[in-house]
Design a protein around this ligand. Sequence first.
Ligand code: PLP
Length: 388
Amino acid sequence: MGTDRIYLDWNATAKLLPEARAALLEGLELAGNPSSVHQEGRAARAAVEKARRQVAGLVAADPAHVVFTSGATEAANTVLTPDFRMGRSPVRLGGLYVSAIEHPAVHEGGRFPADMRREIPVGADGVVRLDALEDLLGEHDADAGLPMVAIMLANSETGILQPVADAARIVHAHGGLLVVDAVQAVGRLPISLEALGADFLILSAHKIGGPKGVGALVSRGETLMPSPLIRGGGHEKGHRSGTENIPGILGFGAAAAFAVEGLDARNARIAALRDRLEAGMRVAAPDVVIYGEGGERVPNTTAFTLPGQKAETGQIAFDLEGIALSAGSACSSGKVGESHVLKAMGRDPRLGALRISLGWDTTDADIDRAIAAFAKIAGRRKQTGAAA
Ligand code: PLP
């Protein structure tokens, strides 16, 4: 990244924290296999268990209930399955209900076949409709097995928070299990697994300053667990086989510890920057549509549409101004697809939305430059009056 570049795409991935980098390097130097009983093995095991406590601390969970994975996508594919186990006995779930605004990692439904999946709609405010959840679960055929529900805590595109604790009460009243993708919420809000009432949480290291390619599935208990996605030597208490990614796990642990320390002060500063950015955008383009404005959002995210300008066009213009941000949902091919989140909110997805997401090293000067770039780009749009 050039020194004159401004990185405002922290929801896509955060910058690697120096603390995480140091822990990664420490992990590379650990020679032992955590499953070995000799001294080298025990040292590696101790390091992994320290990281497990740090990651558990991020969501106030029991470290014994943290299963490390290769990322949130793997955690989602592990837990989203009709095949569960209670101890050694198989338990078959009866269906999956996913919110319409989930990240594809969850929205795709993991190992549930298509005919066992239903979608929970969201309102125009981008918030999942609990009345619809209630209706769907009311119609659920309990004889087929327990229902599973997946609702994210903070939406990655808009930052809009979802009423997870209320959803948990509804899900549990119907005897179901609640899976919460907390990837975009950790490090941006204080989180407690217990207070949320989630049965499973999905986490990823790289959104909080850890390395890419490591995440976790956190459970409330151990009574009912998904049949493993990755089988083999029985690592992670049989829930995820394969020799542990020690550098990645240690890097995740260090990032989790950072995310918890000083969270409130850091986020108050970031929220003030985001609010100033939105106020500046509003002055420069009074017609800008800011999604979730006035509602509950994570403090670092703003998603908006400039009427008359495609988000893709805006993204390139910002890039030329030295600012990295996202347009809608960037899929792995790098192409910009129509946002299923905007569609689910009943918005016209054709123009798409731009997303600016801030992080711990975003400065006042960055926001000044972002506002200036926004004013220039929005002004140009007015001059040409073009719809593309
Ligand atoms: N869930 C959400 C909300 C995300 O934003 C992402 C990352 O884009 C994922 C899941 C997938 O995470 P990972 O890259 O660790 O597989």
